[in-house]
Structures are given as C-alpha cells and as structure tokens.
Design a protein around this ligand. Sequence first.
Ligand code: AMP
Length: 536
Amino acid sequence: MTRGQTLRPFYWRATALFPGQEIVSRTHAGRTHHDYAAFGDRVARLAGALRELGVEAGDRVGTFGWNTHRHMEAYYAPPLLGAQMHTINVVLPDDDVEFIVEDAADDVLLVDPGDPFETVERLFDRFDSVDHVVVMGEEAPESDLPVHAYEDLLSDADPVEDWPDVDADAPAGMCYTSGTTGTPKGVEYTQAMMHAHAMMVQTPSAIGIDQSDVVMHVVPMYHVNSWNFPYAATVAGAKQVYPGPSPDTETLADLVESEGVTLTAGVPTVFIDLLEYADDHDVDFSSLERIVVGGSAAPKGVMRRYATEYDVTIDHAWGMTETMSIASVSRPKAGMDLEGDEGLDVRAKQGLLSPGLEMRVVDDDGEDVPWDGESFGELWVRGPTVVDEYYRRPGANEESFEDGWLKTGDIATVDEEGYFEIVDRAKDVIKSGGEWISSIRLENALMEHPEVVQAAVIAVPHERWQERPVAAVVASGPVAEDDLRQHLAESFPRWWLPDDVRVRDSIPKTATGKFDKKALREELEDAPTPYAPEER
Ligand code: AMP
C-alpha cells in the first residue's frame, strides 16, 4: 500500500504539470535560467549517465557542492534510479570529509568546481570506494583523478525513459549531523521519508509552498537536504532560485529583487546579515513575503524589524538532521487574543509540532513535565519523518532512541497551548548552583538591545557555582558591557546575569552557520569572570 511514496510522483508532477516554470541558478559561470521541462530532460540524462558509470539501485552517489540547478538535478536522478543521494558539507575540515566519504562508502562523487574539487583532489587517495568524480560544470579540470565533466556526460547520455518502481523503504538520502560535538553521525532517509517530509512542508500548518511562490534556497543543499525545500518547491510547481557558491548578502539581496523572491529560508545569522546590508544599501524587498528561520533560535528583534520595516513575516521553525529538518513552526493559533508584542512572543517560540509527528517533554526521571511554560525537560519526538537509528553507530543509537522516540538532546518547556520553547541544547545548558540558566533566553534578550547584532552565551566552569554564564556579543556601535548587564537585569534575576560580557568582532560559527559554542567555550574557558556573584 506504500506504492508511490517515492520521489517519482514529484518529478512527474513538476515536469508534466508545470513544464514552463522557471529554475534560476547562479553558478561559477554566471546566472542561468531553465524551465521544469529542461530540468526533466536533464535529470533523465543524468540518470542515464550515472547508469553508464555503473550506478545501480542501492549504490550511493555523494554530492559536494553549493546550491545550483545541477545540484538540484542530483537531488533527483540517483533516488529515481533507486540509488541514494548523499550530501556532503563543502566547508567541513578535511578530516571530517574524509571520515564521511569513507563511512558512507560513496561510489560516485558529484563535485562543484573550485574549492570543493580541490578538496576532493587532495583527499582522493584516501577515498577507497569512489570510482568516479563528476565535476558539476561545463568542463572538468586537468587531473589524475577519474574525472568527468557534468555537461559532457549529460550531452552523451541516453536519457532514462522508464523509471523503475522503487521500494518506498529504499534509502534515498543520507546526511551527517554537524559534528560539532564529536564524530559526525550518518542518518539515512528512505523514499517514503523524503516524500512524507516534503508533503509535510507543503501543508499550510508547516510552510505551505504554492506554485505562485518564488522560492530562494538559502539553506545549503549539503545541510539536511536544504530542509527538503528543493523537493517541496518542485512538487508545488514553484519558481526556484539557487544562489550558487558562497552567496554573500549583496547576492541574496540582488536575487530577491531581480527574481521576485517571495519565500526563503535559512539560519538566523544569514538574515541578521541581510538586515545589516539593507541598512546601508538601497534594497527592494517588496516581493518578499516570508522567511523561514530555524537551525538556531530566531531573535525577536530581527523578527520585529522584518515585520515592521519590510512587511516580511518570519516563520520560526525548529528541526534537526534526525527529523529531516523542519518539525515545528510557530504561528499564533486562530482566536488567540494577542496585543502588542504578544504575537511576537508566540512566534519566537519553536512552536507547534508539525502534522504527522508526536512529542513528549521528559524530565530526568522519565516523567512528562507539566505543560506550564516553566518546567524543563528533554524534547522527544517520533513520526514518519524522524529517523530511528544512526548509520553504523550502535553506541549512539542506545543513547538517542527509545521505544521509537528520538531523544533530541534539546531542553524545552511547553506552555498550556502546546507551544514548545527550546531553552537549551542539553550540552549547552548552564547549571549554576544546581539550577538551570537558559543560554537561549539570555541570547534573545541581549539581541533585543539596539546595539547588539549577535550574541552567544556559554557556560564556563566556576569553583563555587560549578558553572556560570559568560556572553560574547558583536555590536553595531560602541556599547558598554555594564549597559548590557543592566539591560539583562531588567528581565532576569541577578544570578542569571552573565559574569562577563565580552564585546568582540565576531563569534566563531560552525560549518552550518550556527554559533560554535564548543569553540567559544574553549576560547573563554579561562577568561576571568569579574562579576562572579557571592550569592545567587
Ligand atoms: P542540526 O541537526 O545540525 O540541524 O542541528 C539541530 C539542532 O539545532 C537542534 O537539536 C537544536 O538544538 C538546534 N535548533 C534547530 N532549530 C532551532 C530553533 N529554531 N531554535 C533553537 N535551536 C534550534
């Protein structure tokens, strides 16, 4: 009965019903425009070419590139053949890339020209499984590797016409967790999971992409399948915009304006930077209706500014690699009587669990915490878009899965209406004198200060209180550290206030653009803490 819960109907719907819809792509060679009919043909050719390279059902095709139309084609051709598409993060350190390719045992790699290709060239001797490297461009660089130019392969290929019936349970995708807390862990997504997640994104209770939308894919395609937007936008028949290699804010602002982008998505830092850019430049965001922000907590000040200055709604979403990205979105319920900033207070939470999923919030004794907006516990989720194991990591499986539930490692409260709020990552929790201090609440409050652009709060070891919060802040102008503490004192008890607020030029970030708290902890661990309280 699961027949058809695959990616094939997505490909069919897009190419049969919306052949004239546009796909815009910024590549190394400039901006290109295709339509869905050309996409259909190119996917069929890529599949034919992969077959000629020996790719069969069950094989794994790794991708190592930025957001382009070619990468989009690679999202389709391997799974349509019954093979698996494995995205690899192009900005990871060499050791991680080596580990991931070895662990996944990719058979073929599709690689962007430039830095990604150079990385593969440098590491190729250590990739035992890889037989072919396809460079996603017009031509392949001179190399000792078994390289092919993507466009040559497509021109020479016999397009696949009869797509096979692929089992809904066949692995179709694979990603690795970010790895900031240890060795990256692989997760596999089946055809049915990819189908289910894209359909969930499609519901208005989650994101609800329509054929009238113009979707710009800012979430890197190497990060949790770009939140599956390339699938959801395709099955919707929407115009799509792929911003290419390392897009800067100027590029993003230009694409919004020139392509009429209505919807985009990404981590908060991207849209904080875009606001800063807009402050100093003449931008036209009039087409933009919504930005889905997730991956880290969306700061309220940023949400307010987009709403009031640009009439853009921020849909705050939460998710993980293990939940195939988006698993909740926060919007006020109909009938909620909200005034002033109250709507924003609701939107700033991680929100209501998306349709198809179930959740619990569980305390240290395994009991569900009351939904009172105050009691903390670990968020557990389960459902058809949640993985139930890590690839070849039995130890990690025992820690993270129980009776079909994924123990997310996120610490949350739930209010009476069922909105959950992530107050910390379990590993980032600050425990001062046995009591929790929420780093995320402090960060949000710091970012409400008019001069603060970015803020990250971490725990540093403390002799008396075990741990104390220390904040790192990037400011847009001169700001006294005491002012920031004073600003926080308006909302938090004295013992919550960071012992030190460091104003810096930047805060280290992970390969996916989130604050790298591990690196920050290492930097600030021994920092003196001038305000350490004698009493809580
Ligand atoms: P990743 O698997 O790399 O996407 O990381 C998933 C983790 O990012 C989650 O477990 C959360 O800790 C964090 N995260 C994702 N979305 C949000 C959000 N909206 N607010 C706070 N943390 C988030």
